[in-house]
Design a binder for this molecule. Structure first.
Ligand code: T1G
Length: 699
């Protein structure tokens, strides 16, 4: 099947691309376009239309070719050929013209698009910048400010908005090819002018002397530590101050710098990891999916309410069960409040918010769940209560209904045992706030059927979640690793650091929030209550929670009480270091015989991140996670791990497994081997000189 076809439609040459799934600009596609444009220069055509088959116009350069030996024609080289055409070329856009796709359209002489189409330059999300003239052509058509906003955010815009800022010439309706052919005829009738974007001067209207410095400062706040946004500013500055060809050279130089950066490698790793995580190793491709038309949710608390929103947002009706009408009303009020906030932010219309809430039916009667295709339990995090709920579901739900628990720690196998249908039981671990967080940990029980697994993965996509599969262990992937990270944060506190020092180190690393600030946000009572049900042995080393317990007993639960590891300003809710906390820490250190001394930022960072990484290796060697990139997906999309570092396991590779291993051995010698035993898999890979991605893709 040829990826490019060329034929005359009357006096218009039509270049048609067909490179599923998204017409990415593979080498074959670039060659095919080059040949078609060359052929058209000598035939009877008066103008050309460039159009794509399938679901979208070109969605970008072929990311899977990155890092491989370049093959001619390069994309910039191809765009020079398009722009130098002796006949006007009209790009006909549908779907999402992104990255190199939009750059290809900009090298054409005209652009038309269906009103449903979107255009954008999302390279920055891959740690890159538009490397085929986008930073030089967009300012010429849309101006400097619009170019900076479009390219540094990477957010696509609608065809109508693209028309408004001058990126496209016409929004068309109906059949795209017919509309594009009509548009080409108009262009011919007007003299077939070769409108080359490179010939347009950049408008410097309103660009003050400190405009770029201010924009850089804005980017520093919004995209902390990210390199690509700053380089984009430099490209746009060049578009304004230099010739088109000189500007292209600046763009090329900075694009190569981005391409070679660790940040871009990390973001490209996550791009594919996010798409890989929904694939289940060993699951037959043709596994039949169950139809999920009606969903029941048990528990209308913060989690249950948030979970319900995911389904009604996907137009799937929900029956929400609570123990009584007051609790049910509270649940509905939580949902109404969440929607009101979304409407207030302008992200949803009032009508849609009302429509979606109308899809939620409340009940206090389990029998109303009899006909549900999927029921998700989101009650109190207590195994005994969950087992009672599942035994009840087993007696009322229809055969074949999927029975899921939103548990974040409990053993899904034990929950399944409380039913006669363990094959239909699965864990669906949502992250709070459940209507916002992208990650969904899917926990397969030993007896969960392939059909329930496959259906859960497909359902995750339907409700726009990013799934990651876990087997059963305490805390699954994310929370099991988090316990080690939190333990090291607590020990660093006890041994000499402070909440503000630890949080500063982790925020500078790129975490959305430091661990102690997160503790105050979630509530110190959560951990305290989770430990209440555990034996001393299960609780682990008392040094890892004695400070939290002391704060709890002082009534310092975190933000909810105005004080926890920090004090919170009543008006601004700003976090303020509190000397009382230091007194609590010193008292606990004394009580535990710990002599406090300063801990360097570097040691804090290594202790917290290597504790995560080491546990990640154990999770891999135990087969809890399918692949290392799934662990990266969990941390990047569920725990605020900086995407530009690729996730904890990718980050370990960028440091080098040898260094991680040696440091963990040193930590064992310094802090004791109870916590610092290198994972067997880490030790094995270092001994074999193998990388994790090699092992993970081979296993
Ligand atoms: N290259 C290669 N494969 C791609 C791809 C790309 N650009 N985009 C998507 N795919 C694959 C993806 O891996 C998946 O494969 C399948 O297509 C469906 O994708 C020079 C340097 C277009 C909005 O960043 O944002 O141009 O898993 O599951 O949810 O300046 O894909 O099925 O085997 O995401 O409908 C810039 C990235 C590149 C766009 C569709 N372009 N793609 O979303 O489907 S850099 C991008 C997307 C560049 C130039 C620079 C989305 C989508 P598989 P999907 P979707």
């Amino acid at each position: 099947m040829s990826v490019v076809s060329y034929q005359l439609e009357g006096d218009i040459g039509v270049i048609s691309l067909n490179n599923p799934p998204v017409n990415a600009l593979s080498h074959a596609l670039r060659l095919g376009i080059q040949d078609a444009v060359a052929q058209a220069q000598n035939d009877a055509s008066l103008a050309l239309v460039l159009i794509c088959q399938g679901r979208t116009f070109i969605a970008g350069a072929d990311i899977s070719e990155f890092g491989k030996a370049p093959m001619l024609p390069s994309l910039p080289g191809l765009l020079d050929i398009i722009e130098a055409s002796t006949k006007p070329i009209i790009a006909a856009i549908h779907g999402t013209a992104l990255g190199g796709g939009l750059e290809t359209a900009l090298a054409c002489h005209y652009r038309c698009a269906l009103s449903s189409a979107k255009v954008g330059l999302p390279e920055v999300k891959l740690g890159l910048l538009p490397g085929a003239g986008g930073t030089q052509r967009v300012p010429r058509l849309a101006g400097v400010k619009a170019a900076l906003d479009l390219i540094t955010t990477g957010t696509p815009i609608t065809a109508v908005n693209a028309l408004k800022i001058g990126l496209i010439d016409k929004v068309v309706k109906g059949d795209l090819l017919s509309a594009a052919l009509d548009f080409a005829q108009d262009i011919i009738a007007q003299g077939a002018v070769l409108k080359r974007v490179r010939d347009i001067a950049v408008d410097n209207e309103g660009i003050s002397a400190d405009f770029f410095a201010e924009y850089r400062a804005h980017l520093n706040k919004r995209f902390r530590q990210q390199e690509a946004p700053q380089r984009i500013v430099e490209c746009i500055e060049a578009a304004l101050s230099q010739s088109f060809d000189e500007g292209l050279k600046v763009e090329r130089r900075l694009f190569v710098e981005c391409m070679q950066s660790t940040q871009s490698a990390a973001l490209r790793h996550l791009f594919f990891a996010e798409r890989m995580s929904s694939k289940i190793k060993g699951l037959p491709k043709d596994t039949q999916l169950k139809d999920i038309k009606r969903v029941g949710i048990i528990g209308g608390g913060t989690m249950g309410g948030g979970i319900a929103m995911n389904f009604v947002n996907a137009n799937i009706p929900v029956t929400l069960l609570e123990i009584n009408h007051e609790a049910l009303q509270r649940g509905k009020d939580i949902i109404a409040k969440n929607y009101a906030m979304t409407v207030k932010k302008g992200k949803l219309t009032t009508e849609l918010a009302v429509e979606r809430q109308a899809l939620i039916t409340g009940t206090t009667d389990y029998n109303d769940l009899a006909d549900m295709d999927l029921v998700i339990e989101a009650v109190f995090e207590n195994l005994a209560i969950k087992k009672q709920v599942f035994a009840k579901l087993d007696s009322v739900c229809k055969p074949g209904a999927i029975l899921a628990s939103n548990t974040s720690y409990q053993d899904v196998n034990l929950i399944a045992e409380s039913t006669s249908r363990p094959q239909d039981v699965i864990g669906l671990h949502f992250f709070s706030p459940a209507n916002v967080m992208k990650l969904l940990e899917i926990v397969r029980g030993d007896k969960t059927s392939e059909q329930v697994l496959a259906t859960s993965m497909a359902m995750a996509k339907t409700i726009k979640k990013i799934p990651a599969l876990s087997r059963v262990c305490y805390g699954f992937i994310g929370n099991r690793m988090l316990r080690q990270y939190a333990r090291e944060a607590q020990l660093c506190l006890l041994e000499g650091s402070s909440p503000e020092a630890i949080d500063r180190v982790m925020q500078n690393f790129g975490m959305a929030m430091g661990p102690l600030a997160v503790g105050d946000l979630a509530g110190i009572d959560i951990g305290y209550k989770a430990r209440e049900g555990l034996t001393d042995e299960e609780k682990g080393d008392v040094r890892s929670y004695c400070i939290a317990d002391a704060l709890y007993e002082m009534g310092r639960l975190g933000q909810k009480t105005g004080a926890g590891y920090y004090r919170y300003d009543a008006e601004t809710r700003q976090r303020i270091a509190d000397p009382i906390v230091l007194e609590v820490i010193e008292a606990q250190a004394k009580k535990r015989g710990v002599e406090r001394k300063a801990i360097s930022d570097e040691t804090i960072l290594a202790r917290l991140t290597f504790a995560l990484i080491n546990e990640g290796f154990k999770i891999l060697e135990e087969g809890i996670a399918q692949r290392s990139s799934d662990i990266d997906v969990v941390y990047a999309f569920g725990y605020g791990f900086p995407a530009f570092r690729g996730g904890p396991m990718f980050y370990a590779e960028t440091i080098g497994l040898e260094k991680v291993y040696q440091t963990i051995c040193q930590f064992g010698a310094t802090y004791g081997e109870d916590f610092w035993q290198p994972a067997a898999l880490l030790k094995q890979l270092v001994a074999e000189g193998k990388t994790l991605s090699e092992w993970s893709s081979n296993s």
